[in-house]
Each structure stands twice: as C-alpha cells, then as structure tokens.
Ligand binder design. Structure first.
Ligand code: ARG
Length: 261
C-alpha cells in the first residue's frame, strides 16, 4: 500500500475524476489508514511504499505490478502522468529478491489482472479496452506461465478490470456483467457458474473493487446489497469508508497490491 499523502485530483484520466472537485488530504489519509488497520487487524502483513510528491495516483498501488508465485510482471502505464510509478514498484520487488519481468506492452498491473489459483488449475483473468492493451495479455501469459483469459471491458466507468470483477476466494469471483462485452459475459458465466453477481448500484459504488482473503471481504461501505449477497454466500463482509479516494476513481482494491510469493 502507499499512503495518499500526495493524493489529489490534478488531471482526469477516468470518468470519475473531476479536477474541480475538492479533495480533503487529511481525510484521505485517515480513511486510507483505517483500511490499512482493517487489513492488519484481519491478520495480514502490509508493506508500504513511500509516497512521492508529483505522483498523486500512487495511492492506487494495485496498478504497479502483478505477481503470481514469486514472479512479477511489471506495469507500463497508459497515461504519462503515472509512468514514473512503475519504477517505484519495480524497486520494491527487486530489492526483495522477486523475479521481475519488465513489460514491453501497456498494462496496469492488478488493475487489469486477477489471479485465481484454484480455478481450472490456476487462471489469470485480464481486462482490456481502456488501459491494458491486448498484447500485454499474451506477454503476461509468457511471463507467468498461467493461462490468461482476455475479457473485454466496454463501459468507460469500469475502465479497469478491478472495478468490475474481483476474486473472492482462490476459485471464485464476484463481478458486474454490464461492464463486459456480451461475449466476455458468456465466458465468465461458463468459467464461473457460481459467481456472486453484483447489480448496477453496487458496481457503481465500487463494491467490486474489493479485497478478499477467502473468508473476509473488505469492501466499500456503500455497496450494501453486494455485502448482503457475499454474506449469503458464506463470506464475512468488512465495510470500509473510502469516499475521498473515490474521487480519483478507486476504492479498496486499487489501494492494495497483493503479494503472491
Ligand atoms: N486515478 C487512477 C487512474 O485513473 C485510479 C486508479 C484506480 N486503480 C485501480 N486499480 N482501479 O489511473
């Protein structure tokens, strides 16, 4: 995770960002800190990246890389405003001995890649349409040695996979079908017949931008119906408030890069 000390909405690279809206820096840090404490309270270890001035989106740490079984497929950001973030993530992994594979193709890390170790023997789900480019999916497959299923995102409000789909345990997902092309919806229904499906309101309140450890699902507090559905499916929803960071177009999952050693 990376503290939103320098978080601001200084440019607009997704439909949620409004440069005229005011952001409360102290409140962003406070809400983010509650998220960090929540994860630690659930028994997870959280590593921190040092935030850098001039990189206001660094708080969305999920975009900096994608890891599977000790291998890191690095990010290459679409927008120049975020390009410099990739090197910070790379340094984090390289200084800790991870096997790092530098990308040639545009991709935004866990923003557009999800991993399900127990689905079909270990499956990567990958989004394209707005940020990550399709050739990056093939590059990720070669880097990670796992099958990559390409999913077409078609609604600009769901510009990253991780705002429309999340792994809720090692083999299952929650998702919002409306974010995907009709063909990709069929693919998801075929691969995940038992998925938890979110409605428009829960998806638009970033409910799917969640982090799950397979039992506890940390998600935006506004996604109340999704929380109910997760509960009915046997998970424990853990709501958190992240209203300030929503102004940048992200929530829980965007703030967390998961480490898969
Ligand atoms: N403002 C950031 C951007 O548009 C938000 C990134 C959200 N992160 C995520 N994993 N979806 O790039």
């Amino acid at each position: 995770m990376c503290s939103p000390e320098h978080f601001a909405v200084e440019y607009a690279i997704n439909p949620w960002m409004d440069v005229t809206a005011s952001v409360d820096p102290e409140l962003s840090v406070k809400q983010w800190d509650r998220l960090r404490e929540t994860l630690v309270g659930l028994g997870h270890e959280v590593h921190l990246l040092a935030p850098e001035p001039g990189l206001p989106d660094m708080v969305y740490a999920a975009n900096g890389a994608f890891t599977v079984d000790g291998t890191v497929y690095g990010a290459r950001f679409k927008h120049p405003q975020r390009t410099a973030e990739a090197a910070v993530h790379r340094a984090f992994y390289e200084s800790r001995g991870w096997r790092f594979i530098a990308p040639n193709e545009t991709n935004e890390g866990e923003g557009d890649f999800a991993y399900l170790p127990e689905a079909h023997g270990g499956l990567v789900l990958a989004g394209y349409g707005f940020r990550t480019e399709l050739p990056a999916h093939a590059e990720a497959q070669e880097a990670l040695g796992r099958p990559v299923v390409s999913l077409h995102l078609v609604d600009p409000r769901f510009y990253h996979l991780d705002v429309a789909l999340a792994s809720i345990d090692d083999g299952n997902i929650a998702y919002y079908p409306g974010a995907f092309s009709a063909a990709s919806q069929r693919v998801l229904a075929q691969l995940f017949p038992d998925a938890v499906v979110a409605d428009d309101d829960d998806a638009l309140s970033f409910g799917l931008n969640l982090v799950s450890d397979g039992a506890n699902v940390v998600l935006n507090n506004e996604a109340t119906r999704l929380a109910g559905r997760l509960k009915a499916a046997g998970y424990t929803p853990v709501p958190v408030e992240l209203a300030e960071l929503k102004k940048g177009g992200g929530s829980v999952k965007c703030c967390v890069a998961e480490l898969r050693p």
